[in-house]
Design a protein around this ligand. Structure first.
Ligand code: NI
Length: 178
């Protein structure tokens, strides 16, 4: 295993459309997955998509610590190959998010409140899940990475964009999306 370098905003690999993973169990994909896992554990984020480590392939890993889950239930580290997202309603909300490719900054980004996620799981088997709140936000953010989209490209109000230390200290309340 290895800790991989993470591409930062401005590198063109982050703007590519990633290609589907044909065989999730192929040795090169399994090695990439192991390295991404070690990289995420080292970097300390909640998600990492393959293009962020210079591999434009359609997979990401994510997890949700209990302390950050609205219902207090942790989601263990999971991999999703070839994800597809369907919003469960048009309802969206603003929430804070950051990105390992945009270190030190965070912003309020509009995302669907609830989604259906389909894809292939760690064994390469099809699965479907319904997610809401921060879990849905993470998965929308990571799937965007596979389509060359970074969170500033989703922002609706640049007043809620700043350095982590400043935005956390001042903790501006976020408006409802109407
Ligand atoms: Ni990101």
């Amino acid at each position: 295993m290895a800790i991989l370098k993470i591409a930062r905003m401005g590198h063109p690999v982050l703007l590519e459309t990633a290609v589907p993973v044909d065989d999730p169990l192929a040795p090169d994909i399994q090695r990439l997955l192991a390295d991404m896992t070690e990289t995420l554990q080292d970097a300390g984020g909640v998600g990492l998509a393959a293009p962020q480590v210079y591999q434009p392939r359609r997979l990401f890993i994510w997890h949700l610590p209990a302390a950050r889950a609205e219902n207090g239930v942790a989601v263990p580290l999971s991999v999703v190959f070839n994800p597809e997202i369907t919003p469960l309603s048009e309802a969206r909300e603003l929430g804070w998010e950051g990105c390992l490719s945009i270190p030190g900054l965070r912003a309020a980004v509009p995302r669907y409140r609830a989604i259906r996620l389909t894809g292939l799981d760690a064994r390469g088997a099809p699965f479907a899940a319904e997610l809401s709140g921060f879990a849905a936000r993470i998965v929308q953010h990571e799937t965007d990475h596979l389509n060359g989209i970074l969170y500033p490209m989703r922002m609706s109000d640049f007043r809620y964009f700043g350095f982590n230390e400043e935005t956390e200290r001042h903790n501006q309340p976020l408006p409802e999306i109407v």
